[in-house]
Design a protein around this ligand. Structure first.
Ligand code: MG
Length: 107
């Protein structure tokens, strides 16, 4: 599925589930993206592997929390009409031109 389809689908699902019944600002959405990353960290700390597992038919696990990060980013992009595809292509193209370890940075 194309990233623009994923953005549209993620945002439409969020609307249909009531997450846009009231306006939400970008800082709140960023905090929620952080929360999904924290969930991924906890899954890494406690999980047996990085794969999907099911608890009462609900997908869980490290990779599912990473998916939640992307879903929230896609939802934000859909709401605010952000051209994430263009930004990704632009940044990846730029990253290809950067020097090794970006000038010897530590991380
Ligand atoms: Mg989650």
């Amino acid at each position: 599925m194309d990233i623009n389809n994923l953005i549209e689908k993620s945002h439409n699902i969020a609307i249909s589930k009531g997450w846009w019944d009231k306006e939400r600002e970008i800082p709140e959405l960023i905090a929620l993206i952080h929360s999904e990353l924290s969930e991924a960290l906890e899954e890494y700390r406690t999980g047996e592997n990085l794969d999907i597992r099911y608890e009462n038919n609900k997908p869980e696990g490290f990779v599912v929390e990473l998916a939640d990060v992307l879903i929230r980013i896609f939802d934000l992009s859909g709401k605010y009409k952000i051209d994430l595809k263009k930004a990704l292509e632009t940044k990846l193209k730029y990253n290809e031109t950067r020097e090794y370890r970006h000038g010897n940075k530590k991380a």
